[in-house]
Write a protein that binds this ligand. Structure first.
Ligand code: AMP
Length: 407
C-alpha cells in the first residue's frame, strides 16, 4: 500500500435495538463518519449519518431494518465518502462483557466467539448482538472475516484487586460461576486517562485519578498509578450510580419484597430496575438530564432527581479518595452528562468542599459541547472535563492488533 493511501478502521457497537458505527482515519486519528441505526426490526427503523468533516447529518427511514441490511446500507453510504472498500483495514467491535477470560483486545476467531457467548448471561442486551455484528460482517465481506477485533468494556478493570471485585457472598459462587464485579465503560476510562496523561505531561503510571463517566448509563472509576482499582458497576451495568433508567445500588431485599409481597415475576422486576428506575423512575416523565436541569426549579420530582443524582455521585467520589495512595491528581467528568451538565458538576463539587474541591463557576458554566477544560478554582484539587472518544480507542486497538498480525 502506498504511503498516500488512506487507512480506515470501521467501528461497530451493536446493541439489542440499536447499532452505532464510525469510520476512523487511523493515520490522522480522526473520526470522519459516524452514525446510529435505531429501532431495528421495527416500522420506525432509521439510520442517522453524521459526516464529521462538515457536521452534516442525514437521516434515512427504512422499515424493519435487520443487522444485515443496516450494515449493507452503512457500507454503501460510507463508500460514497471513502471511495474504496480496500481502504478499510479492519473492523473493531465494542464488546461490553469479556468475562473472566477476555481481558485484553483480541482478533476474533471461533474460540473468542464462544468465550463472548459464555458471558451473555452477564450482558444479555449487548454480547449476543456483538456476535451477530461479527457474523454479518463475515458473511457480507468474507475478506474482512479475519480482520475483526473485539475490544472489551470490562478489560480496563481487569486490574482491580479481589477486595474490590469480590462480593461478600459465598466464595464458591465466584469460583464456580464467576459472580464478581467486572465493571464497564473501560474503553472510555482508557481514553480519558491517556488523554489526561498527555494534558498534564505525566506518565500514566504515576497518575491517581477519579473518573466519572456519566451518560445515560453511568459509572465511576478509581484509577491509581494508571490502573483501575475500583469501579461502581458490578457483575452487570446495573450496580452503582443512579442512571437514566437504571436504579444503581439498592438493597437486594427490595427484590424479595417485590417478588414475595407484590407478587411480581422476575421479568417485571428486571424491567423496573433496568428500564423504569433512575432519573425516569424519580421524575416519572423523562430519563434525560436536560429535562431534570430545565425543570429543577419548577418541578418537585425533577428537583428530587437532581439532588439524588448528585448525592449518590458525591458519595462515590468521596469514598474513592481512600484508594488514591498519597495524592489525587484530578477528578474528571466525561460522558453526555459529565461533559454537559453544568448543574450536576457544580452541585456535586459543592458537596466535596471538605476534600478541597472547589468549583470555578465561570469555567464550569462555559465548559460543554465537547470542550476540554479544568473547571476547578486555583487552590482546589484539579477537576477536569474531558470529552470521551471510545471509537478512537477501539480503532487504535484494532489497528495495533492487525498490524502485529501482519508482521
Ligand atoms: P451518553 O450516554 O454519554 O450519550 O449521554 C447521554 C445523556 O447525556 C443524555 O441522556 C442526557 O441526560 C445527557 N446530556 C446530553 N446533553 C446534555 C446537556 N446539554 N445538558 C445536560 N445533559 C445532557
Amino acid at each position: 500500500m502506498s504511503k498516500k493511501t488512506k487507512k480506515y478502521i470501521f467501528v461497530l457497537n451493536c446493541g439489542s435495538s440499536s447499532l452505532k458505527f464510525a469510520i476512523i482515519d487511523i493515520l490522522k486519528k480522526e473520526k470522519i463518519f459516524s452514525g446510529t441505526v435505531e429501532f431495528l426490526h421495527s416500522k420506525k427503523s432509521q439510520i442517522t449519518f453524521k459526516d464529521c468533516t462538515n457536521e452534516e447529518n442525514k437521516v434515512i427511514f427504512l422499515e424493519n431494518l435487520t443487522y444485515k441490511k443496516s450494515i449493507e446500507v452503512i457500507f454503501q453510504k460510507s463508500l460514497e465518502k471513502i471511495k474504496c472498500l480496500q481502504s478499510i483495514l479492519g473492523i473493531g467491535h465494542r464488546i461490553v462483557h469479556g468475562g473472566e477470560k477476555l481481558h485484553q483486545s483480541t482478533i476474533i476467531d471461533k474460540k473468542i466467539i464462544e468465550q463472548i457467548r459464555s458471558s451473555i448471561p452477564f450482558a444479555p442486551l449487548h454480547n449476543p448482538f456483538g456476535i451477530i455484528g461479527f457474523q454479518e460482517i463475515s458473511s457480507i465481506f468474507p475478506h474482512l472475516k479475519h480482520k475483526q477485533v473485539a475490544v472489551f468494556d470490562t478489560a480496563f478493570h481487569h486490574t482491580i484487586p479481589s477486595e474490590s471485585y469480590l462480593y461478600a457472598i459465598p466464595y464458591e459462587l465466584y469460583k464456580k460461576y464467576g459472580i464478581r464485579r467486572y465493571g464497564a465503560h473501560g474503553i472510555s476510562y482508557q481514553y480519558v486517562s491517556k488523554k489526561f496523561s498527555k494534558i498534564v505531561k505525566k506518565d500514566l503510571k504515576y497518575l491517581n485519578i477519579i473518573v466519572c463517566h456519566l451518560g445515560n448509563g453511568g459509572s465511576i472509576a478509581a484509577i491509581a498509578n494508571g490502573k483501575s482499582v475500583d469501579t461502581s458497576m458490578g457483575l452487570t451495568p446495573l450496580e452503582g450510580l443512579m442512571m437514566g433508567t437504571r436504579s444503581g445500588d439498592i438493597d437486594p431485599s427490595i427484590i424479595f419484597y417485590l417478588y414475595e409481597n407484590l407478587k411480581m415475576n422476575i421479568g417485571q422486576i428486571r424491567e423496573i430496575l433496568t428500564k423504569k428506575s433512575g432519573i425516569l423512575g424519580i421524575t416519572q416523565i423523562n430519563n434525560d438530564m436536560r429535562y431534570v436541569e430545565d425543570n429543577y426549579h419548577k418541578d418537585t420530582n425533577a428537583n428530587r432527581a437532581m439532588k439524588m443524582y448528585c448525592h449518590r455521585l458525591s458519595k462515590y467520589i468521596a469514598s474513592y479518595f481512600t484508594m488514591m495512595n498519597d495524592h489525587l491528581d484530578a477528578i474528571i467528568f466525561t460522558g453526555g452528562i459529565g461533559e454537559n451538565s453544568v448543574m450536576v458538576r457544580k452541585m456535586t463539587m459543592e458537596k466535596l468542599k471538605l476534600f478541597n474541591v472547589q468549583c470555578d463557576e465561570e469555567k464550569n458554566a462555559n465548559t460543554k459541547f465537547g470542550k476540554c477544560e479544568m473547571i476547578s478554582s486555583k487552590n482546589s484539587i484539579p477537576v477536569w472535563v474531558i470529552p470521551t472518544n471510545e471509537e478512537i480507542i477501539i480503532a487504535e486497538e484494532t489497528f495495533r492488533l492487525l498490524e502485529i498480525e501482519q508482521t
